[in-house]
Design a protein around this ligand. Sequence first.
Ligand code: SF4
Length: 243
Amino acid sequence: MLNLLKTEDNLKELVDGLTFKQKVDRSLNLIEEALDEYGDSLVVANSLGKDSIVVWDLAKKVSPGIKGFIITTRYKPYATKQFMYETVEKYPELKIYENKEDIPDELYKTDPDKCCEILKVKPIRRAIEEMNVKCWITGLRCTEGRTRTDFKEVEERDRGLIKLNPILIWKEREVWEYLALYQVKVNPLYMEGYRSLGCAPCTQITTGDNERAGRWIGTSKCGGECGIHTKPLVSAAEEPAGV
Ligand code: SF4
């Protein structure tokens, strides 16, 4: 296990207690430790949102050759697709995964959980298997919304698959601070006022404190999760009996 996990730091205190520079250094150290531990099996999940873009930039500073994957869907906004193609042109080591199987029309309205399961969770399972991932890096932050308060910087939700959340304690302001200071390009949709980006039918511009409030408005998933961070990602065949 990583050394920073063993410190058992109180993450809520760190959110307010560390400076921007200390947070950047902590994130870089977490990625460095993971790289030492997992080598080529350390892979970045890049959703192309602002948080993922920070994490991708940090990971590239630690290891210029690090690989990643992008999960896309048929419902991603045009601007996000364009941004994805530009990003992959610059970083061909980012592999795109998309599930193109037939699904009922407007499944996102009638059963958004199922829609996310098919279009997002299934492809990430495939990415993890095909890329032989032992540790994946995400852009999760614990101040993003009601569903993201209980994550840890290093987690093992699926046996044998570590999830590293190196910017978990960053605030939204610090994400933008990093992107501005290091002049990292982001999806132009942020200029429209979005604070959290997802599929077009399930994402709206909102105001207020909850950064993810614009996701799945009008459904039971409002402000919630697609399942990538909450559902098992290792196929049942690889899980121990009884799980
Ligand atoms: S975010 Fe909406 S459109 Fe995208 S996979 Fe989930 S339910 Fe479907």
